[in-house]
Design a protein around this ligand. Structure first.
Ligand code: F6P
Length: 373
């Protein structure tokens, strides 16, 4: 068979119009993906439309054309020029009937709208929730390519999601700052970071920021082990300790701390508060003054760092190339140094957690960082 490479290969693609949306929680690098995808598509004469606010815009028909001018200057910008939401699933779309809140399956309308607009394929940039919805559309016959987004880095089949490394850098900066005040006041300083049910942000930020204790959801903690670690440091003349706690961390035999439940979201559980609980518990048994900082959405905001800009750009280009190749229901992913395509079905509905033999976890343990087990 004749080997058709480069531009010529894409000239023969049946895909002439692409739609792109960003779904779920925002993260640094979304605009870099959009920019790369739009530039790559337009360079090949492919039309692109942006869908506003994730799948809400798909239901409501909130589309806008995207060309090189629209993506000019957005590479360093945080957030997403398209807007996003972590509710509004078209398969269970929130509707008000009088005073009552109900949900309706409006996915058929989305399919019809895409057909009417002449959209040949959708690039869905999202985490587990949004990509699961995208996969449902793929099952209905929509041509979909997924791009793995989330600061949590908890998507399967990819070494990295974009946004994660920027979130880690933000948390590391916070830890550097907490160090100096912790040392001056001889305090225990706790930093609560995001990550949902996975400890990637806590682990990497803890190692990068020189934490003494790292608590992650994958390793339930014993209060006594943490107390022993901070008291051991005090005996060596270090009268302060830095603890990074993932929002999903929990005590041995205990539960995660839920800030509130929000029905209608792709994940109705909003975690938060473990830092305050830990501080209160630790102060009681160590008698050391303890303070808590909840880093929150600062981890999601702001400009992506260089490695995330590069990764996002590679993902944006690769997603368009997959679409033009007609390689649908696939997610672009980083494996080693390479961007590959993996079946979306293998990447969703199961979270990538920190394994007990993770090399970064092992290195941290080897140098005496306490994990509370
Ligand atoms: O999934 C990204 C994430 O930032 C999680 O780390 C966090 O638990 C959640 O989103 C917070 O969601 P919200 O934007 O609703 O506060």
């Amino acid at each position: 068979m004749e080997d058709i490479g480069g531009e010529q290969r894409y000239d023969q693609s049946p895909v002439k119009k692409l739609a792109i949306l960003t779904g779920g929680g925002d993260c640094p690098g979304l605009n870099a993906v959009i920019r790369a995808a739009v530039k790559t598509a337009c360079h090949r004469g492919i039309e692109v439309v942006g869908i506003q606010d994730g799948f809400r815009g798909a239901v409501e028909g909130d589309f806008r054309p995207l060309g090189p001018k629209d993506v000019s200057g957005i590479l360093p910008r945080g957030g997403t020029i398209l807007g996003t939401t972590n509710r509004d699933n078209p398969f269970a779309y929130p509707t008000r009937v009088g005073e009552e809140r109900q949900t309706q399956d409006r996915s058929d309308e989305v399919m019809e709208r895409f057909k009417a607009e002449g959209i040949d394929a959708l690039i869905a940039i999202g985490g587990d929730g949004s990509l699961s919805i995208a996969l449902e559309f793929a099952k209905k016959g929509l041509n979909v390519v997924g791009v793995p987004k989330t600061i949590d880095n908890d998507l399967m089949c990819t070494d990295l999601t974009f946004g994660f490394q920027t979130a880690v850098a933000t948390a590391q900066d916070a830890l550097d700052r907490l160090h100096t005040t912790a040392e001056s006041h001889h305090r225990i300083m706790i930093l609560e970071v995001m990550g949902r049910y996975a400890g990637w942000i806590a682990l990497y930020a803890g190692v990068a920021g020189g934490a003494d204790v790292i608590l992650i959801p994958e390793i339930p903690y014993q209060l006594e082990s943490i107390a022993k670690a901070v008291q051991g440091r005090a005996r060596l003349g270090k009268h302060f300790s830095i603890i990074v706690v993932a929002e999903g961390a929990k005590p041995h035999g205990g539960e995660m701390v839920v800030e509130r439940t929000m029905p209608g979201r792709t994940d109705p559980i909003k975690l938060g508060g473990i830092g305050a609980k830990l501080a209160a518990d630790l102060e009681k048994i160590t008698d050391m003054e303890t303070r808590v900082t909840v880093l929150g959405h600062l981890q999601r905001g702001g400009s992506p760092i260089a490695v995330d800009r590069v990764l996002s750009t590679r993902y944006g280009v690769a997603a368009v190339e997959a679409a033009l190749d007609g390689d649908f229901s696939m997610m672009v992913a980083l494996q080693g140094q390479d961007i590959v395509r993996v079946p979306m079905a293998e990447a969703v509905h199961k979270l990538k957690k920190v394994e007990i033999d993770d090399p970064v976890l092992k290195a941290a343990r080897s140098m005496g960082i306490e994990f509370g087990d």
